[in-house]
Design a binder for this molecule. Sequence first.
Ligand code: CIR
Length: 258
Amino acid sequence: MDKIFFTKAITRLPGEDFANGLTTSGLGLPDLSLAVNQHTEYISALKRLNIDVDVLPPLSGMPDACFVEDTAIVTEETAVITHPGAVSRTGETDSISAVLSQYKSVRRINGKGATIDGGDVLLVGDTFFVGISNRTNRAGMDEFAAILTPYNRYKFVPVEVADGLHLKSGVTQIAPYKLFITKELADNPAFTPYKKVIVPDGEEYAANTLLINGTLLMSGGFPKSAQVCKDEGCKVIVLNMSEYRKMDGALTCLSLRF
Ligand code: CIR
């Protein structure tokens, strides 16, 4: 989820079975020791930005569990434990629920057939954009909205996700109310009220950025995207995400922030 100032992040190391996770990338098998190094760099970057980081151990038998973002949506008021849309990932949530309950009151998506992944949930101001994707359905969005509606604060806007795994594979916030967004999503009227910076052709993976305490984390290997964001006035840190990309993961997936 995507407010802009945070003090805390929860991450989880990739485990021995990381290469057995779900992927559509066709980029080959990830190298675990390189993935662990990239994870260390990610955590260092968060710490440099004044975030206190919890690093959880790998979850045995759950190769996608390092992508913690999908298991919860953490707001100022509460933590909503998701029901991930991939069956192989539903077992990841109990452990995250136990960790988050140290910090927040915890609610759970548990309606029949309701699925939602955190990667489909983008908060801009007080508006939650929820990707309706292969992982997140309307029942999941409706249950999520019902949990937060009593706080009388948020709007909920569905966005059909035609390309990419999650909504945030194609759009993230690079400055308050300013979106870095693929050409395809930019046409969606849901985003009309915002300033839109278009991801350069061929660099779509770079759309997933992470704005933390005034600094923008971006994936390495996408120089045009980094330049475009710098030209927009962003202070950019580039991180190598190659091994996570092989498993369809990106910057936001690797942490829960609050
Ligand atoms: C999956 O397919 O679920 C994982 N291999 C990648 C999840 C990436 N998560 C994210 O973008 N929030």
